[in-house]
Design a protein around this ligand. Structure first.
Ligand SMILES: [Zn+2]
Length: 473
């Protein structure tokens, strides 16, 4: 089965093919670093992570760009209030963002461009639009003329009778009911100058609007047509609609072959989590309350399909922690298993292969991880019963390990954090020493081999056994 992804533009699931065979070029909207990202934001970022991992597992080389928006109205407000520049203001939040991403084990992407470092590219794009009459100057700002792009509204299925051609809005956000020309460039104010948010341009000193940033940076690194453009559903309108309009009006080509949108996170009461409503939770809040970041990861990526709303509550977090424990215990149990010679595990072996196939099919079907995990947990129950009964041999053990590896290639939760690993490895080293003293060398070697499989290398030295991590991720 080939990978199928749901494309918001066509409203259909389609077979995924890259423009250049074997290379998937993806752009995902990154954070605006004006405060700490909340769990709803991280759901989108972990959805991007799931997407890139599955593309890699499907044989694609992934070139993934995620922007850092480090200039916008809110950043300027805050920097000015604090009496510092925007760069001074955003530095700490950018650092916090990367720290949180790494705690959640999101793979680093290939390129993280900062908006403030790509202003010349944005100016270039605006000049192209001005030259073709698709943008115009008004009161020191530059606006995109939506009347010049007849397909405006195609992504969010906008009723074009609501378009107010000729009226303008400088804000980066506006109502779908009153879509108007939007700012590509905003003339510099004394406040912009104070906080270092003003650049020279042929059409006047100023700063870029939010939407033009993504178009300019995406096209710079990925070309005029991307394979996938993804973002949270809240970015659908106006942000992505405007990105399409600017990009396609300038290039005359489709901007993205697939548009993917992840649904929002709801709070315990079912309301959308958002900064403006004040009902948001940050990762740091959850960690301070004692939650394991990997349980948070598991909850955010696997408990609901990415196109369904996900409710985050204490209950849901505890359930995810329990799932994590079950998976880890099972993984540990299979690794430590001494296979029974001649065990009749043919049925279990076949079921493990079937579960692996079903899991893969679920992922290929628009990244349906919850469905795939449902099948995996069924197998875990069955395999635990077989383990209890001593019915697992070498082939069965191998099939279970392969399945766990396939699942963890997306989840990335089975390798325990280093502090916990320390305790565990010390315990296993002691066990191995005991086995050696008892001259049970095959058991001692198995412990060493299992550790090596997990990236822990043991070195026997005169002072005892030392260990180090050799895993690459
Ligand atoms: Zn964007």
């Amino acid at each position: 089965m080939t990978l199928r992804l749901h494309d918001t533009l066509s409203g259909e699931k389609r077979d995924f093919e890259a423009l250049e065979p074997g290379v998937a070029r993806i752009y995902t909207c990154g954070p605006t670093v004006w405060n700490l990202a909340h769990i709803g934001n991280f759901r989108a970022f972990l959805f991007y992570d799931l997407l890139r991992r599955h593309l890699q597992l499907s044989g694609f080389q992934v070139v993934h760009v995620m922007n850092i928006t480090d200039v916008d109205d809110r950043i300027i407000d805050q920097a000015d209030a604090a009496g510092i520049t925007i760069t001074e203001f955003t530095g700490a939040y950018e650092e916090a963002f990367f720290e949180d991403l790494s705690r959640l084990r999101a793979q680093p992407v290939e390129i993280y461009p900062r908006a403030t470092e790509h202003v010349p590219e944005m100016i270039g794009l605006i000049e192209r639009l001005l030259a073709e009459g698709k943008a115009y100057l008004a009161d020191g700002d530059v606006y995109f003329r939506i009347a010049s792009f007849p397909q405006y509204g195609k992504l969010s299925h906008l009723d074009r009778s609501g378009l107010r051609a000729g009226s303008r809005v400088a804000s980066d956000k506006y109502d779908k009911e009153s879509a108007t020309d939007f700012a590509l460039w905003k003339g510099a104010t004394p406040r912009d100058e104070r906080v270092g948010a003003a650049w020279d341009a042929p059409f006047g000193r100023g700063r870029p609007g939010w939407h033009i940033e993504c178009s300019a940076m995406a096209m710079k690194y990925l070309g005029e047509t991307l394979d996938v453009h993804a973002g949270g559903i809240d970015l659908l309108f106006p942000h992505h609609e405007n990105e399409i309009a600017q990009s396609e009006a300038a290039s005359g080509r489709p901007f993205a072959r697939f548009w993917l949108h992840s649904e929002f996170v709801a709070d315990a009461a079912g309301a959308k989590m958002s900064k403006s409503e004040g009902n948001f939770t940050t990762l740091r809040d959850l960690l301070a309350a004692g939650h394991d970041p990997l349980a948070v990861r598991l909850l955010l990526i696997s408990n609901a399909h990415y196109r369904s709303k996900l409710r985050v509550s204490d209950e849901a977090l505890h359930a995810a922690a329990e799932q994590l424990r079950r998976l880890r215990d099972f993984d540990e149990r299979v690794r430590r298993l001494e296979p029974r010679p001649g065990a009749d595990d043919a049925a279990l072996y076949q079921d493990a292969l079937d579960a692996a196939g079903a899991y893969r099919e679920a992922l290929d079907d628009d990244l349906n991880l919850p469905q795939g995990m449902g099948r995996v947990f069924e197998l875990v129950r069955e395999a635990n019963a077989a383990l209890d009964a001593g019915r697992v041999g070498t082939a069965g053990r191998r099939a279970l390990l392969d399945l766990l590896a396939a699942v963890d290639a997306h989840l990335d939760v089975l390798q325990v954090p280093e502090a916990e690993l320390e305790t565990e490895v010390r315990g296993l080293i002691a066990e191995r020493e005991e086995a050696r003293r008892a001259r049970d060398f095959s058991r001692a070697d198995r412990i060493r081999d299992d550790l090596r499989e997990r990236g822990v290398l043991l070195e026997d030295s005169r002072d005892g056994v030392r260990w180090r991590l050799v895993r690459s991720s």
